[in-house]
Write a protein that binds this ligand. Structure first.
Ligand code: HEM
Length: 150
């Protein structure tokens, strides 16, 4: 199922949530490595997205990206934002509030082109639970909410 960033998606079933939690747990417990791997994959496959990060200017190879403390710190923040969503799967109002705030920052402060949310979300889904429809649904929810302030 492709990840969408508009419209709405069906609520997650109890079985989907259980599967998401078990796929996410080992990734989150190893978030420093996984987070950097995700960002490196994202930037090397979509260099145009890296242009939105002044801090990452000049980091042109996977090796340079991997070694950057700024990339590590950013990876940690992204992984924690996804973790917040996983933790609040039973409280969608809380999920909407947190991601709504984050959307505002991306739209107004960082001025990021929102077409890339789906692209990063697909890299995350592929890394965490490739082919799992429930995880893709959660990433669609995140993308829809990240676009809400645009
Ligand atoms: C799953 C999608 C994404 C999540 C969960 C996410 C999460 C975050 C978080 C938690 C922050 C820190 C916010 C703060 O400072 O309070 C952030 C900052 C930022 N994000 Fe995202 N983000 C996503 C996608 C993207 C994409 C696709 C781009 C660009 C193409 C992007 C560009 C930025 C930029 C430029 C910043 C500011 C970096 C800085 O501190 O200099 N984000 N993001």
């Amino acid at each position: 199922m492709p990840i969408v960033d508009s419209g709405s998606v069906a609520p997650l079933s109890a079985a989907e949530k259980t599967k998401i939690r078990s796929a996410w747990a080992p990734v989150y417990s190893n978030y420093e490595t996984t987070g950097v791997d995700i960002l490196v994959k994202f930037f090397t496959s979509t260099p145009a997205a890296q242009e939105f990060f002044p801090k990452f200017k000049g980091l042109t190879t996977a090796d340079q990206l991997k070694k950057s403390a700024d990339v590590r710190w950013h990876a940690e923040r992204i992984i924690n934002a996804v973790n917040d969503a996983v933790v609040s799967m039973d409280d969608t109002e809380k999920m909407s509030m947190k991601l709504g705030d984050l959307s505002g920052k991306h739209a107004k402060s960082f001025q990021v082109d929102p077409q890339y949310f789906k692209v990063l979300a697909a890299v995350i889904a592929d890394t965490v639970a490739a082919g799992d429809a429930g995880f893709e649904k959660l990433m669609s929810m995140i993308c829809i909410l990240l676009r809400s302030a645009y």
